[in-house]
Structures are given as structure tokens and as C-alpha cells.
Write a protein that binds this ligand. Sequence first.
Ligand SMILES: O=P(O)(O)OC[C@H]1O[C@H](OP(=O)(O)OP(=O)(O)O)[C@H](O)[C@@H]1O
Ligand SMILES: O=c1cc[nH]c(=O)[nH]1
Ligand SMILES: [Mg+2]
Length: 213
Amino acid sequence: MELHVADHPLIAHKVTVLRDKNTDSPTFRRLVEELVTLLAYEATRDVRVEQVEVTTPVATTTGTHIADPRPIVVPILRAGLGMLDGMVKLLPTAEVGFLGMLRDETTLEAVTYANRLPNDMRGRQCFLIDPMLATGGTLIMAIEYLLELGARDVTAVCLLAAPEGIEAVREAIEGTGASVKIVVAAVDERLNEKGYIVPGLGDAGDRLYGVVD
Ligand SMILES: O=P(O)(O)OC[C@H]1O[C@H](OP(=O)(O)OP(=O)(O)O)[C@H](O)[C@@H]1O
Ligand SMILES: O=c1cc[nH]c(=O)[nH]1
Ligand SMILES: [Mg+2]
């Protein structure tokens, strides 16, 4: 598994504002979108391309297009939805699948409540988007769905990750033969006793969309 931690002052600045408990929802949403656009630049570095001929007003030359089959972006609801617009701005030809997943706050186990993915993901480059990688339970379950459907090339784009979650994902995908990459804006210190990332930013879904019971 490959881990890429963004190292850029603009990303660090935006993450710091996100962490601030006084940052309001509209600002939080805007920053999430801006951050994912910056992270997507790195996450799509290995996107498959093909050579095409293009005629400019001056001459014909060879250029580059994103190849078929189209990549697929999969936001993990709710919080991942806040990253979707930023991601598809950089990957406009991508298809979009959806996974609705919720972490049981007592057991910290992930539960899937919605699943809308193409049945055949063979040969597709997949981009999972979710701002928080905490215990890793949610991301592991999401990667397992994609692998069951035939995907072999998965990149997860996250804003914050805990070291515990990164290690859990690394162990879970070992021996699957899949190529898995995690691109993250920052790796934090640890998880607390409630499974929250420390220092983190709190509950990303609640900060984007409001608290639900
Ligand atoms: O790594 P894990 O320990 O599994 O935790 C991470 C998950 O928790 C959050 O979602 P949450 O369950 O709060 O759902 P929400 O997006 O609807 O708020 C987050 O967006 C991840 O999906
Ligand atoms: O810190 C955390 C952990 C899980 N989910 C969140 O939204 N935040
Ligand atoms: Mg949440």
C-alpha cells in the first residue's frame, strides 16, 4: 500500500482552518471542496491516459486524454459527499458510484446502508473519497466492496487520518494483490477512547451537514 501525505503550505493552512471549532458550516464546506481539488491533483497522478491527435488553429499534434474505461469516483456518505464536487471538477469524465456507510459509535464497526455501484469494476480506476480515516473500519469495508466487484486499483482520498487506521488498511489489503493508495492532507497523532481522531476536526459529517441523532 502506498501512502502520500500532502506537503504544501496552502493545504496545511486550509486544514488548520477546518480544525478550528469556530469555523462555520459554509466555510467548512468550501474548504473541503478546495482541499479535495488540491489532493486530487496528487491522487490522479497515475490516472490512465491515451494519446490522441489534436488539431490546433496552427497544426496537428499529439495530445493526451483520460483513457476508457472511465475512472469511477465513490463518495462514502455522508461526509464524502462534501468532497464530490471538488473531485469531479478535476476528473470531469469520471462516473460516480455511492456507498452510504455509518460507523456505529458504540462498537466503532462500519454499517452499510446504501450501495449503488456498477456491477463490474474490472479494469476501472476507483477513487474513494471520505474526509476521515479513523479506525479504518469504514475504508476497509469500502475497499472490500470494490475488490469483490473486480476492482484492482483503488485510491482513497482523505483529509485526516489516524496512524491506527492507516495500519489497519495496510494489514487488510495485504495479500489481495490490489494496488491501494491513500492520499491524505495530514496524519494526526492518534485516536481517542471514542475512536475520534486527535487533534482531528470532530465529526466531519456533522460539521458539513449538521448533527443527526
Ligand atoms: O475509520 P472509521 O473509524 O471507520 O471512521 C471513519 C468514518 O466515520 C465518519 O463517518 P460517519 O460514520 O460519522 O458517518 P457520516 O459521514 O454520516 O457522519 C467518516 O466520514 C468515515 O466514514
Ligand atoms: O474523528 C473522527 C472519526 C470518525 N469520524 C469523524 O467524522 N471524525
Ligand atoms: Mg459522522
